[in-house]
Design a protein around this ligand. Structure first.
Ligand code: ZN
Length: 166
């Protein structure tokens, strides 16, 4: 059974009208929810940002030590260049070995703490920038010793009552 031209025309009108109505409804809906969507977008962005920052923080946490130690090795190399220090240099891997061997204890005072690179024979006194001339020491010892000879410094930091007089 086929539709008459009139019937087809009426059906087409219905669909057109219906479509217009649907479009209008969705337009009104979009209008009404524009603010809301904007807010959602902002929230989504903020959430994304938080997530990114969190991932970044986790990465830093996991790699902070490595990065810090690499920076340490790098600045000791700069220090060595400034003094035109002899020696084969100190690689990151060598420093890690020295650091691991120290078990977290300062090579000079034995205190537990964050350990830095100290040149046993100071570079300013002709010491080599070489793994064999490097000790892992605490910041306090490092600052206190500065460029003094190790034995002289150790003798100087001993209090009189520690010195055994014969
Ligand atoms: Zn120390």
């Amino acid at each position: 059974m086929s539709l008459t031209a009139r019937e087809r025309e009426s059906q087409a009108r219905y669909y057109r009208a219906h479509r217009e109505e649907k479009l209008e409804r969705s337009r009104r809906y979009r209008e009404a929810h524009r603010e809301e969507r904007r807010e959602q977008g902002k929230r989504h962005y903020a959430l994304n940002r938080e997530e990114k920052l969190e991932r970044c923080r986790q990465y830093r946490e996991a790699h902070l030590d490595e990065q810090r130690e690499r920076v340490r090795v790098g600045s000791s190399a700069r220090h060595a260049r400034r003094f035109h220090a002899p020696g084969a240099g100190l690689s990151y891997e060598q420093w890690l070995e020295i650091l691991h061997a120290a078990l977290g204890l300062c090579a000079y005072c034995g205190e537990r703490g964050r350990l830095g690179i100290d040149h046993i024979v100071p570079l300013s006194k002709g010491g080599e920038h070489d793994a064999s001339n490097v000790a892992a020491t605490c910041l306090r010892c490092n600052r206190s010793k500065k460029d003094r000879d190790l034995l002289m410094w150790m003798a100087q930091r001993m209090r009189p009552r520690d010195v055994v007089r014969g």
